[in-house]
Design a protein around this ligand. Structure first.
Ligand SMILES: [Zn+2]
Length: 416
């Protein structure tokens, strides 16, 4: 492997590990959910590192964090590089954090070389990517891209009844000195480094994934309504058993949607039964469907079968199928992908093109500016787990590619 350049790999690793101490769990993971005390503490540390290097910190009404290195042209739309600082409740040290710290290292190194980028470069940490405390995820990037209004987002509550609005106000109160940027200001480009969260890079023995796009995803909430009754006395023919109807639907969905082809991903991940008592015929089942496919035509066709199958197998119960997320597959910007590929080539890093199976903030940014992603391997593909792990040399290689590929750098890849 060629020597890593343009960044201080040792400092990047030391800071990434220091960040992982904030919200550290006993099992070696991280619990730093969106807008929590842990995330506020993480902001404080990251802002201090950025200010040391002369970057200026700001936020916006959606609780995104921006750390700006001033460029020669202060009016031109800035280049954004980053990811997220929040984690799952039993998350790892690298999901999101690796991307923010790689971006910070790339920009701090640029500042330390006294190179003034052609335009502002902003390290960004998006609010609530994970969606574990407040659902759904990617709220900050979605608000930035104009997908959902800030008032709709502020009204979302966590399990304890705290709203995003209250938590955002608390975050902003913790940083009264930070100026607010307008929500959704114009950006020239967005680059995000992330761990792969899969095993393709590891299996192919590659260090960098040049991400081609993100596979499409649809989610649904299905509510099955029957009638409750005495488990010992109500005759079978008279029952409207919501669990029995759910079982028929789930079997049909797995058999007919979950087997459409080798690339389909169909999941019923959450099932709630009411009243959920051993001797009561179930009156109501609420379940989730997560459906993904890289080909939008196949995804749409699969999605259309969901409601049809639910309605066919529901009787004598009633069913309502509510679509929640409808995010088509997207292709990342070809010129940015080419810059990443050239940066990889310049450093003689083993790389491959890869489609992201998981969603990322870059999905939303791609709607408002050219966007692309860089993947690095994570051990056994394990992510959203406390033993999530990326090798220091892979983190460094990814950060180095990010530093070369970011289109604001004065030292672009060789052929640029
Ligand atoms: Zn992530």
């Amino acid at each position: 492997m060629a020597p890593v350049s343009l960044i201080d790999a040792g400092r990047l690793w030391t800071r990434l590990m220091a960040l992982a101490e904030i919200g550290a769990t006993a099992a070696g993971g991280v619990n730093r959910q969106a807008l929590s005390d842990g995330e506020i503490a993480a902001w404080r540390r990251v802002i201090a590192w950025a200010q040391e290097a002369g970057l200026t910190a700001a936020t916006d009404s959606a609780g995104n964090l921006f750390l700006t290195l001033a460029g020669r042209d202060r009016v031109a739309p800035p280049v954004l590089v980053g990811s997220h600082l929040d984690s799952q409740p039993t998350g790892g040290k690298f999901d999101g954090a690796a991307g923010v710290m790689a971006a910070l290292e790339a920009v701090v190194s640029l500042a330390e070389r006294n190179e003034t980028p052609v335009r502002d470069v902003i390290v960004v940490a998006w609010m609530n990517e994970k969606g574990s405390r407040f659902a759904p995820g990617m709220m900050g990037s979605e608000a930035f891209a104009g997908g959902r209004g800030i008032e709709v987002i502020r009204a979302v509550q966590d399990a304890s009844g705290t709203s995003v609005g209250e938590a955002l106000d608390r975050l902003h109160a913790a940083f009264p000195e930070l100026p607010r940027k307008p929500l959704g200001f114009a950006a020239a480009a967005y680059l995000e480094l992330h761990i792969e969260q899969g095993q393709l890079l590891e299996a192919a023995d590659r260090v960098i994934g040049v991400v081609t796009g993100i596979q499409g995803k649809k989610t649904f909430q299905v509510v099955v309504k029957g009638d409750e009754g005495h488990a010992g006395t109500l005759p079978q023919p008279e029952r409207r058993d919501a669990v029995a109807a759910f079982a028929r639907m789930a079997a049909a969905l797995h058999a007919e949607v979950g087997t459409i082809d080798a690339e389909i991903k169909f999941t019923v991940g959450r099932v709630t039964v009411e009243p959920n008592a051993p001797s009561v015929v179930p009156a109501r089942v609420t379940f989730s469907i997560d459906l993904r496919h890289p080909d939008n035509v196949v995804l749409d066709a699969a999605g259309a079968r969901v409601a049809a199958l639910c309605h066919r197998h529901a009787p004598p119960c009633a069913v309502t199928v509510t679509p929640l997320v409808d995010a088509p597959s997207n292709d990342f910007d070809s010129r940015l992908r080419e810059r990443i590929a050239r940066a990889v080539h310049d450093q003689s890093l083993p790389a491959m093109a890869i489609l992201s199976a998981a969603g990322h903030d870059a999905r939303h940014l791609a709607k408002v500016c050219p966007a692309a992603m860089i993947f690095i391997p994570c051990r056994d593909g394990a992510s959203h787990v406390e033993h999530e792990w990326a090798e220091p040399e892979h983190v460094a290689a990814g950060a180095s590619v990010l530093a070369r590929a970011a289109p604001a750098s004065r030292r672009p890849p060789s052929a640029a």
